[in-house]
Design a protein around this ligand. Structure first.
Ligand code: G3H
Ligand code: 13P
Ligand code: ZN
Length: 322
């Protein structure tokens, strides 16, 4: 099937109590690892491209790689999405350039300005058969060149969501309930420790999610910053010359709970980076004489595939839903 929008996949996810995975793509191995897992698990998927990904890999290369994945995986719906579109022009360029979904992220701007720019993107996108994700509330962390400190982040105000969705006409809404971007989502001071001395992060604000869903019944909600930062990857990285002390993510059971509620799209990027980095660091340590990129990119691609397959089945619940 050709590239699809997220409309149908979100409708089924909402009704079925699961979420679709939205994975960031930056190169061929990442596209292959993700889509091979989704094809095997019969899972719908969103492949998303950030401004940084377009700068790194080039818009055309990314679109063509995703088109190749569509051809190789004929049994699953695949949407091509712009992640964190910073302005109208970037969204327009992706809409004109073959994307089926865009995010306009004006969450750091005042409410009325966010509404105004989002509405403009929605009008253009809908006229071209493309859907739009918008955002209310700000997440801590780094995305492209925007760095938001934990103090400047703020949870979504549920009392704003109906007006925002009505005025903008957006198709899905990313909200802030305590997730954040990157591999350091919480400081050790924000966490408690369990009996084994392992850091336990503060819980997500499910009360905010519930209040938002009550005000927007049936409307698809998106969670950014949802990598779980698997400790086995962090341990491998640290054991092979890396330095990622106190890297910590969102516990899988919290993501499972969100997926069973109104969250229809869960964004994962950092876990892909960790899977690749852990695999390559270990490989280099074990094979200091190897220098053919295919030798170490092959297991790195397999690690992405295994990690994604685990998420589809054990976190998102979207396996078998294609
Ligand atoms: O939300 C941020 C994503 O992880 C994309 O990261 O902007 O470095 O490509 P990037
Ligand atoms: P992570 O950094 O938690 O993987 O979040 C990715 C994301 O939200 C992309 O938009
Ligand atoms: Zn994000």
């Amino acid at each position: 099937m050709p590239l699809v929008t997220t409309t149908e996949m979100f409708k089924k996810a909402y009704e079925g109590g699961y979420a679709v995975g939205a994975f960031n793509v930056n190169n061929m191995e990442i596209v292959q690892g993700i889509t091979e897992a989704c094809q095997e698990q019969k899972a719908p998927v969103v492949l998303q491209v950030s401004k940084g990904a377009r700068a790194y890999a080039n818009h055309t290369y990314l679109v063509k790689m995703v088109e190749a994945a569509v051809q190789e995986c004929p049994d699953i719906p695949i949407a091509l999405h712009l992640d964190h579109g910073p302005d109208f022009e970037t969204c327009k360029s992706c809409i004109d350039g073959g994307f089926t979904s865009v995010m306009i992220d004006c969450s750091s701007k005042p409410f009325d300005e966010n509404v105004e720019i989002t509405k403009k993107v929605v009008e253009y996108a809908h006229a071209h058969g493309v859907v739009v994700e918008a955002e209310l509330g700000t997440l801590a962390g780094v995305e492209d060149d925007v760095q938001v400190s934990a103090e400047d982040s703020s949870y979504t105000h549920p009392e704003e969501v109906e007006e925002f969705v009505t005025r903008t006409g957006c198709d899905s809404l990313a909200i802030a309930i305590g997730t954040s971007h990157g591999a350091y989502k919480f400081t050790p001071e924000q966490c408690t420790r369990n009996e084994q001395g392992i850091l336990v992060p503060p819980p997500l604000r499910f009360d905010v999610l519930e209040e938002v869903s009550k005000r927007l019944p049936g409307f698809p909600i998106v969670l950014h910053g949802s990598s779980s930062v698997p400790q086995n990857f962090v341990d491998i990285i640290n054991a092979h010359g890396g330095k990622m002390p106190d890297a910590i993510g969102i516990p899988e059971e919290e993501l499972r709970k969100a997926a069973s509620m109104s969250v229809c799209k869960i964004n994962i990027d950092s876990d892909i980076r960790l899977a690749i980095t852990a695999t390559i660091r270990e490989y280099f340590d074990e094979h200091p004489d190897h220098f053919d990129p295919r030798q170490y990119l092959k297991p790195a691609r397999q690690a992405v595939k295994d990690m994604v397959a685990h998420k589809l089945v054990h976190v998102l619940g979207c396996n078998g839903k294609a």
